[in-house]
Design a binder for this molecule. Sequence first.
Ligand SMILES: C[S@@+](CC[C@H](N)C(=O)[O-])C[C@H]1O[C@@H](n2cnc3c(N)ncnc32)[C@H](O)[C@@H]1O
Length: 268
Amino acid sequence: MSDLTALNKETHEAWEVNADVWDNRMGDEGNDFFNILCWPALASLLDLRPDSHILDIACGNGLTTRRLAELGAQVTAFDFSSNLIEKAKTRLADQAARINFHVIDATNESQLLSLGENKFDSALSNMALFDMADIETLFRILPRLLKPNGAFVFSITHPAFNNASSAHVVEEIDDHGEMKITYAIKTSRYMTPFHQRGLALRNQPKPQVYFDRPLQYYLNLGFQNGFVLDGFEERAFPPETPQSHPLGWGGKFSELPAVIVARMRLVS
Ligand SMILES: C[S@@+](CC[C@H](N)C(=O)[O-])C[C@H]1O[C@@H](n2cnc3c(N)ncnc32)[C@H](O)[C@@H]1O
């Protein structure tokens, strides 16, 4: 088994085991990361038209899928965790008629193509590309799934400030006679893609694998496959946001973005 296949298998097993905890934590409405950082930028960059057909990539328990359907979109959503897709199905209410769920692995070319070619106005992936062992297959196949000029909007943890090597640091300094507390991020790895096990949720039973890549990796992959970058936001918590933990993400880190949201558009 290649390294990549083994890592993808480990990733898949972790998401199947952690599905319950993930579903309980995200619930119907999601957490602060989603509601404060990701969704406002995703919704604005997607710029939905009524009846747009959207592909929701690695949809988890269907959080973004339901939001998109509530806005009037037709949504095809997939994840490689069958447990999460089961959870997503049970959370559907009156959006059900606008949503189709599939169990599909985004690293598998033929499974991706089974979604249908030239079919989607846009694609969305919320906080999932760094959870995938390989994203080259997805970027290569996506232009075939999208209609001409289709957009791919994705959010990821900020590659520079929020990767698996990032340490949250607090310092007290005597600034010319005034004691000041500074919250900072110390990052030791960025340029070379790396993977590392970690926790998305502090109480998840099994660590998952994070795949950290520099920003140029994502953008160049898009450019090589016919996309241009035509929308971009760096997202930080506003200063008044409560801390989830003393050194967790929150308003103390308001000058440091935890997330980026990008829109890449096919040029033909
Ligand atoms: C952090 S969760 C985000 C879920 C969802 N997008 C949301 O916003 O709640 C990452 C998701 O990526 C999925 N995932 C990871 N690798 C995948 C792959 N190769 N194919 C499909 N889904 C994958 C996981 O199962 C998990 O649901």
